[in-house]
Design a protein around this ligand. Structure first.
Ligand code: KIV
Length: 291
């Protein structure tokens, strides 16, 4: 088993200029594989709402759903740095609720940190949660929980004023105590600028190569999510096709009688088939004693 990934380890990687690797994960079998591959950070993202539950956005996802998924991922990936993504309305209502919900990830799912979306307006929440001893990753740029405000899943910080706001928000979140920031769907110039000003790891999901690390959503990178593919996704596999082919082959095999074959059947113990024939030939038992 590998050594546990910690914040000092991530800081050290950053200091040595070694890119930090991060993937989302929602379940045990995928967590086992990510642990085996040696992913540094695993995010149990509220993207689970779209990739696994089929909702059109992340908004319907609840704390209870997130905790169950985080528990499953932790069982499969004991060594990864595990981040629980705080779902919509779990941290916006009050700092007290935010601390309590962040605490659930730590207490019930053995997470190492939580992530929440938003810039300067979220600074008091970041300060309060970190003040309770819970590390917080900020999330700037495209923040999917604000989909209605942003007018859709679209890149952010593309003009100078918007980019300046992202850069300022980065500094504000760091000042509020965030141990790292996730930067989503902004031009690479903005990613580089935020990163060069920060003393904490800046992780990119569509923020270019100038950040300290990279994140992809696991269903996107495995070709396992069909609804849409953001520009920043690189597909490393085509699971949709592989799984569909397997389902079709199974249907064909059952229809044609090729499945199940003898190797998929349980053999009777030696001589028991003949004994069964005799029992059947002798007819049903006639008295309770014979039963
Ligand atoms: O929920 C998630 O997976 C995320 C990514 C979109 C960054 O927050």
């Amino acid at each position: 088993m590998r050594d546990k990934v910690t914040i000092p380890y991530l800081m050290d990687k950053r200091a040595r200029g070694q890119p930090i690797t991060m993937l989302t994960c929602y379940d045990y079998p995928m967590a086992l594989l990510q642990e085996k591959a040696g992913v540094d950070i695993i995010l149990v993202g509220d993207s689970v709402g779209m990739t696994v539950y089929g909702y059109p956005s992340t908004l319907p996802v609840t704390m209870d759903m997130m905790v169950v998924h985080a528990q499953a991922v932790r069982r499969g990936a004991p060594g990864a740095f595990l981040i629980g993504d705080m779902p919509f309305l779990s941290y916006q209502v009050s700092v007290e609720e935010a601390i309590r919900h962040a605490g659930r990830f730590m207490q019930e799912a053995a997470c190492d940190a939580v992530k929440l979306e938003g810039g300067r307006t979220m600074a008091p929440v970041v300060r309060a949660i970190t003040g309770a001893g819970i590390p917080v990753m900020g999330h700037l740029g495209l923040t999917p929980q604000s989909l209605a405000m942003l007018g859709g899943f679209r890149a952010q910080g593309r003009d100078a004023a918007a980019a300046a706001r992202v850069v300022e928000d980065g500094a504000i979140l760091e000042g509020a105590g965030a141990f790292a920031i996730l930067l989503e769907a902004v031009p690479p110039e903005v990613g580089r600028e935020v990163t060069s000003r920060a003393a904490i790891p800046i992780i990119s999901i569509g923020a270019g190569p100038g950040c300290d690390g990279q994140l992809l959503i696991v269903h996107d990178m495995l070709g396992f999510f069909e609804a849409f593919t953001p520009r920043f996704v690189k597909k490393y596999a085509d699971l949709n096709s592989a799984i569909l082919e397997a389902f079709q082959a199974y249907l064909d095999d059952v229809a044609s009688g090729r499945f199940p074959a003898p190797e998929h059947c349980y053999p009777m113990k030696k001589g028991e088939w003949e004994r069964l024939r005799q029992l059947i030939a002798a007819g049903p038992p006639t008295t309770p004693e014979e039963v």
